[in-house]
Write a protein of this length. Structure first.
Length: 375
C-alpha cells in the first residue's frame, strides 16, 4: 500500500512530494537531507505522542526546525496520506510560541482539526481545548467507530514509525537490555534482547517475528550463526550465541559486530506492523556484501508479505545493486532540484540504466554526486 508524504520548509527540506512503497533506497551526497527526510515522519510521531513542543525539541529546537531558505513568514507543512485518509500539520514559529494548524480528513470530509493562534480544536461537531497536543490523537478516541477504523491505518503508520540510527551496540554488549514487555524495537536498539525474548515467548503473531530474526541470521551468516539463547539476571536480559565449529556459546561481548548489526536490522524490520513503515540509516555499516544482499532479500520478502514499507538511506553500491531490476524504487536527494526526492527513473532514462549496475553508476557519480564547489 505505501503512503504519501509532503513536506515544506522542514529543516534541510524545502519541498518534498514522495510516495514510497515496498523496499526503497534513498541516496545522494552528504548534507542534502536524506536522514531529515526520514526524520520528518518521526517528527509527526513525536507530535502524536508528546505534543508539538516535544516534537520541536526532538528536531533540535525552534532554531533548527525551519528551513533557512524559507521566507520569514512561511510555515512548516507536513502531510501524511494513506489511501483516502490525510493528516496535515502546519506550524508557525512565533517565538516564544508555536502556532499549530491541523486537519484530519477522510476523503474530502474534515473530521478533526485545530486552528492556529487558538487553543480551540474540534472533532466533528464536538469542540475541545488542546494545548500543544495533536488533535489527531484525540480524534482516535472521540470519533465514531466507523471513522476510527478508516483512520486506523494512517494513525498506526505515524505512531509506529521508527527511524533507526545511532544504534547502541556498546550498551548491548556491556549492559544487555533492560527487562520489559516491549513488542517493538526502540529507536536506539537497546531493548533488542528483551524484545526477542518477548517475541519468542509470546503469541503466535509475535513468535513469527522471533523466527524471522533467528532464521534471517542463519541466512545472513550460514557458516557462522546457529542459534542464540537468553540469559536473565535480575532486570537485565542478554544473549549468548551458538557459533558453528565451537563447542561452547560465546557471550554478546565477544560476538562479531556484523552479527549484532544484522540482528538489530532484522528486529527493526520485524517490529513494523502490517501496513506500517520503518527506516534504517546506512544499513550497510559493518556488514559483508553477502550479508547485505541477504538482508535485502529478507526485507523484500517481509515487505511483500506484511505490506510494510522499508526505507533505507544508503551510500552503499552493494545495496544499490540490489535495485538493478527496480530502479524506480531508488530515490535521489541531489542539490539543484526544486522538488525532492527524485525517482532514479525520472533522473535518468530507464532503458539506459538497464545496461549498468546502479552501484557502479553511483560510485562514478552518474547520480547522487558529491560536487566540488567551483574555484
Amino acid at each position: 500500500m505505501g503512503f504519501s508524504l509532503e513536506v515544506k520548509n522542514y529543516r534541510a527540506l524545502q519541498e518534498v512530494i514522495w510516495s514510497p512503497s515496498g523496499v526503497c533506497a534513498i541516496t545522494g551526497p552528504n548534507g542534502v537531507g536524506k536522514t531529515t527526510l526520514l526524520s520528518s515522519i518521526e517528527f509527526l510521531r513525536h507530535f502524536l505522542e508528546r505534543g508539538i513542543h516535544g516534537a520541536v525539541e526532538f528536531s533540535g529546537g525552534t532554531a533548527s526546525i525551519k528551513n533557512q531558505h524559507a521566507d520569514a513568514e512561511a510555515n512548516i507543512r507536513l502531510t501524511l496520506r494513506q489511501s483516502q485518509c490525510y493528516w496535515m500539520v502546519h506550524a508557525w514559529l512565533r517565538s516564544p510560541l508555536i502556532a499549530i494548524g491541523e486537519r484530519v480528513r477522510i476523503g474530502e470530509e474534515v473530521v478533526a482539526g485545530q486552528y492556529p493562534d487558538e487553543s480551540a480544536a474540534f472533532v466533528q461537531e464536538r469542540e475541545l481545548t488542546v494545548s500543544g497536543d495533536s488533535v489527531f490523537s484525540h480524534a482516535m478516541s472521540l470519533l465514531p467507530a466507523k471513522q476510527r477504523e478508516e483512520l486506523k491505518g494512517l494513525h498506526g503508520l505515524a505512531s509506529n514509525f521508527r527511524l533507526y540510527q545511532n544504534l547502541q551496540f556498546w550498551s548491548l554488549r556491556t549492559a544487555g537490555s533492560p527487562a520489559s514487555t516491549d513488542l517493538y524495537l526502540h529507536s536506539d536498539g537497546r531493548n533488542a534482547f528483551s524484545l526477542l525474548r518477548n517475541w519468542k515467548a509470546g503469541r503466535k503473531e509475535h513468535e513469527e517475528r522471533w523466527l524471522f530474526v533467528r532464521d534471517g541470521l542463519r541466512e545472513c551468516f550460514p557458516e557462522l550463526f546457529e542459534d542464540l539463547e537468553f540469559l536473565v539476571a535480575g532486570q537485565t536480559v542478554t544473549v549468548q550465541f551458538f557459533v558453528r565449529g565451537l563447542r561452547q556459546p560465546i557471550d554478546v561481548y565477544s560476538a562479531p559486530h556484523g552479527l549484532l548489526v544484522a540482528l538489530l536490522h532484522l528486529c527493526a524490520i520485524a517490529s513494523a506492523p502490517d501496513g506500517g513503515a520503518v527506516a534504517i540509516d546506512e544499513p550497510e555499516n559493518g556488514l559483508h556484501p553477502y550479508a547485505i544482499r541477504t538482508l535485502m532479500d529478507l526485507a523484500r520478502a517481509r515487505a511483500a508479505a506484511k505490506n510494510v514499507t522499508v526505507l533505507l538511506a544508503t551510500h552503499s553500491p552493494v545495496v544499490l545493486n540490489t535495485f538493478n531490476t527496480e530502479p524506480e524504487r531508488v530515490y535521489i536527494m541531489e542539490p539543484g532540484h526544486a522538488m525532492l526526492p527524485i525517482a532514479l527513473t525520472e533522473h535518468s532514462n530507464p532503458e539506459w540504466l538497464s545496461h549498468f549496475s546502479l552501484g557502479d553508476l553511483y560510485s562514478d557519480q552518474a547520480f547522487g554526486a558529491q560536487r566540488r564547489p567551483p574555484k
